[in-house]
Write a protein that binds this ligand. Structure first.
Ligand code: LAC
Length: 368
């Protein structure tokens, strides 16, 4: 009875989507996404760090109209929230990345397509005209990198995102405990026709993704960014996985167009700094020269406005989008974004702010 009741109403917030998704998913798959590295300290602290930041609302402001539009690399977003990069969306719903990207577009924003997606960017492009960003996981073989990036360019990507925090995969003990394997029928489309190895069947998803971990590069450095940019035909280049002001400054020096402050959702280096704690120093180092984005732990509208008040241009959600996808496909992802948009609007109004430009550090009180 209880279960029927809970199934018949829509989740009220992003955490409730996680609960609803958990009820639907194979525990091994749920754990793969829900989990983090080692003791999951960073995973937890990405959330708890927001609780140490209090809001200082202003009153007697006309908040009858709230404007959530944000400008980002030549695109106007209807809300300052994108969907971050996650592998293999078809683990969660058969409509996969096509559904996630369509949902993001219907909300006036962007979902980034990963190297390890199931649908290729070309397949996503068949179903939507909206802006697409494309991610590179760098492989040892520069020919492979070129072939991956070329698919992004041909698919009409408007930016290339290079993930820089994953020379090796973090140690995820939930996956070891569960002996996590991807289903064999899950194809990672961008790698399908690439000469990654003849040892395994390239149509097998599990083989593909794990083989690709072995073949990924542990040696890319700042100088390789020039090559990636050239391969991307001059598309804006974004780095995902920056946590320090030193690396943020280097990114600007190397001509990077935007950075994403990210600790990979707590899945890589455990005890790495929570992203909201890393953000202010990164913003100060960049000094307005390029946009700074942030992901990790965003679950509430108040989280979003705290990040924007510190100087982020926009934020990205990860796991909640996949929970929405698991619960209800495209409509589920869309509803997750709608919930967050309503929460941002309400938080802005209750803070006495009407546009994202009004958000600054005077809104924040930080407890240490
Ligand atoms: C992960 C990789 C695929 O975090 O990005 O599982």
């Amino acid at each position: 009875m209880l279960q029927n009741n809970s199934a018949s109403r829509l989740p009220l917030n992003l955490d409730e989507y996680a609960v609803a998704a958990r009820e639907k998913l194979d525990p091994m798959i749920y754990d793969y996404i829900a989990g983090g590295a080692d003791d999951e300290v960073t995973l937890r602290n990405n959330r708890t760090a927001y609780e140490r930041i209090a809001l200082k609302p202003r009153v007697l402001v006309d908040v009858s109209h709230i404007n959530l539009t944000a400008e980002l690399l030549g695109t106007t977003l209807a809300m300052p929230v994108l969907v971050s990069i996650m592998a293999t969306h078809r683990l969660f719903h058969e409509d996969g990345e096509q559904a996630t990207c369509r949902a993001a577009h219907s909300m006036g924003t962007i979902s980034i397509i990963g190297t390890l997606s199931n649908h290729t960017i070309a397949e996503v492009r068949e179903t939507t005209d909206g802006p697409l960003w494309f991610q590179l996981y760098a492989y040892k073989d520069m020919g492979i990198n070129r072939a991956i990036i070329e698919q992004g360019v041909a698919g009409g990507a408007s930016a290339l995102v290079v993930t820089v925090d994953t020379p090796y995969l973090g140690r995820r003990e939930r996956d070891l405990r569960n002996q996590f394997m991807l289903p064999d029928d899950l194809v990672t489309g961008h790698l399908r026709h690439l000469p990654l190895s003849n040892a395994q069947d390239p149509t097998k998803g599990a083989a593909n993704i794990f083989r690709s971990y072995e073949l990924r590069s542990q040696s890319i450095t700042w100088n390789d960014l020039v090559t990636f940019r050239e391969m991307a035909n001059g598309l804006p280049l974004i780095l995902k996985g920056i946590l320090t002001p030193e690396d943020a400054k280097l990114a600007v020096e190397y001509g990077v167009d935007a950075i994403i402050v990210s600790n990979h959702g707590g899945r890589q280096l455990d005890t790495a700094i929570p992203t909201i704690d890393a953000l202010p120093d990164v913003v100060d180092a960049v000094a307005g020269r390029i946009p700074v984005l942030l992901d990790g732990g965003i679950r509430r509208g108040t989280d979003v406005i705290k990040a924007l008040a510190f100087g982020a241009r926009a934020v990205l959600i990860g796991r909640p989008a996949l929970w929405g996808l698991a619960v209800n496909g495209e409509a589920g992802v869309k509803h997750v974004l709608e919930l967050l948009r309503s929460e941002i609007e309400l938080a802005m109004a209750l803070c006495g702010k009407t546009s994202l430009d009004d958000l600054d550090r005077s809104l924040l009180k930080i407890y240490r």
